[in-house]
Design a protein around this ligand. Structure first.
Ligand code: GLC
Length: 462
């Protein structure tokens, strides 16, 4: 694939994908309000300190793993399922529950998983402690529908948080508000309403169970970086409940970061939207949101949970392109792997993490701790860090490279993959700067050039 297309493919290929379904569901209830793009509402004094590690990190691993991984996307001959399989394939609860006796990931090795994330240049790991199906990967004292009841028995979240601690990565928990198993969760799935009557169901009792589960996740596994809620779109979940859950998280671990999918519905317009960062899904926003924290969560293939038939994986070049695109727009990338039921990663995921790691090892400084590009329009993406600008070149220029709108004189130019190379800077009569001949591209996918300045660089209209 021609190098230039990898950025477009990375952007266009994903930009066209469906927006976060929550956005469409936002109209489902009609009258109630819900803030779909919650942003940090507080922040209490010094809040930036709480967000600092996350803004520095820029890159994390998302893991979707659970009972659904056993089915590997297949049911009754159809093969287009994944983590939503119980709902989408209408699997009755008692049939799905038999998977508990089959969950035995004998090859699970938390240090190996976290090691692959670290080697890829990722700084945090977000694991599905409980997905919509209600099964808990941790030893949840409030339910038997958890890892304790499986042949494996051992607490996955204990193993993962310890491995992250050893590796110096932040452990984060995905936790679904929606729960297709708990008898008090409402609404029921419409296709099973007849077989799962709501008699006696009390949603408030479910909310207490949810709080009790989150309390265990924030008390028993050390410092947690992010509570990544999801499944908040059904109108039983209110803004007030979201506020209470957000506050619970911050009371248990004052430095924990909470995403915007803790937000619920409100009859009145929401004036205090919940959440510390936005969560665009399967897309990178056309532009970032200046002053707002956001993280794009994106799959490597087409599914979050493991699907043995989905071999439609993005290339290493496309995945690096996504990382560069999110960082150049001032956001984080949460890149997903759906582990197999035996506890291993799909081969394609292993290879892609290794390929990304070879690139971040050389160029990671252009991603971590950076802020968005200063260029409004340029033939390259870029990031900014103090008195330095990083340029990401997929189409290595054979002649010169214009630096459109750059006002501040460049002091020094470095090619990250070839520090000995010192491209020259030319300035024309109108003060327009450009880089002279750069020689051969040092990286087959994306080469990075650092521009150093004597002060914070300024870029005007091209
Ligand atoms: C969508 C999927 C859900 C997944 C989430 C990750 O909401 O339905 O299964 O966990 O995206 O952002």
């Amino acid at each position: 694939m021609r190098r230039r297309t990898f950025i477009q493919t990375g952007a266009l290929g994903l930009g066209a994908m469906a927006l976060n379904p929550i956005g469409s569901l936002g109209k489902a209830g009609g009258k109630p309000h819900r803030n779909l793009w919650a942003t940090s509402v507080f922040p209490p004094p010094g809040d930036d300190a709480r967000m600092a590690w996350w803004r520095e990190a820029r890159f994390g691993l998302f893991l979707h793993w659970g009972l659904y991984s056993i089915l590997a996307g297949e049911w009754m001959g159809k093969t287009n399922y994944a983590e939503w399989i119980r709902n989408n394939a209408h699997i009755p609860l008692d049939v799905y529950d038999t998977l508990v006796a089959r969950f035995n990931p004998v090859k699970f090795d938390a240090d190996a998983w976290v090691g692959m994330a670290k080697d890829a240049g990722m700084k945090y790991v977000t694991l599905t402690s409980k997905h919509h199906d209600g099964f808990c990967l941790f030893d949840n004292k409030l339910t038997d529908f958890c890892i304790r009841s499986t042949p494996y028995k051992r607490d996955i979240c204990t193993a993962m948080s310890a491995a992250c601690e050893r590796a110096g990565l932040h452990q984060c928990w995905y936790h679904s508000i929606m729960d297709w198993h708990h008898p008090d969760y409402l609404p029921r799935r419409d296709w099973e309403a007849a077989t799962r009557p709501v008699d006696g169901a009390k949603y408030s009792r479910y909310v207490a169970y949810l709080h009790g589960s989150v309390e265990q996740l924030l008390r028993n596994y050390g410092d947690i970086g992010v509570m990544w809620f999801d499944g908040n779109w059904e109108t039983t979940w209110t803004h007030e409940m979201g506020r209470a859950l957000y506050d619970l998280c911050r009371q248990l671990q004052p430095n924990v970061i909470v995403n915007n999918r803790v937000e619920g519905w409100s009859q009145a317009p929401i004036t205090d939207p919940l959440g510390d960062f936005r969560t665009p899904e399967q897309q990178v926003p056309a532009t970032g949101w200046p002053g707002v924290d956001w993280e794009s969560c994106i799959t490597m293939n087409r599914n979050w949970g493991y699907n043995a038939h989905d071999h439609d994986f993005k290339s290493v070049g496309q995945l690096i392109g996504l990382l560069v695109e999110t960082a150049s727009k001032g956001g984080n990338l949460l890149l997903n792997v759906g582990p197999k039921a035996d506890g291993t990663f799909p081969r394609e995921s292993v290879d892609r993490l290794a390929g990304i790691g070879r690139w971040t090892k050389v160029n990671g400084e252009a991603i971590y701790g950076t802020t968005a590009s200063l260029f409004a329009k340029a033939p390259f993406r870029s990031t900014t860090k103090g008195n330095r600008i990083y340029l990401f070149l997929t189409d290595w220029p054979t002649a010169s490279l214009a630096l459109p709108g750059l006002k501040t004189p460049v002091r020094e130019v470095t090619v990250l993959a070839d520090p000995g190379r010192r491209p020259a800077v030319a300035t024309d009569g109108a003060g327009r700067q450009s880089l002279g001949s750069l020689g051969a591209a040092p990286d087959p996918v994306c080469s990075v050039i650092a521009l150093d300045f004597d002060r914070q660089p300024e870029v005007g209209a091209a």
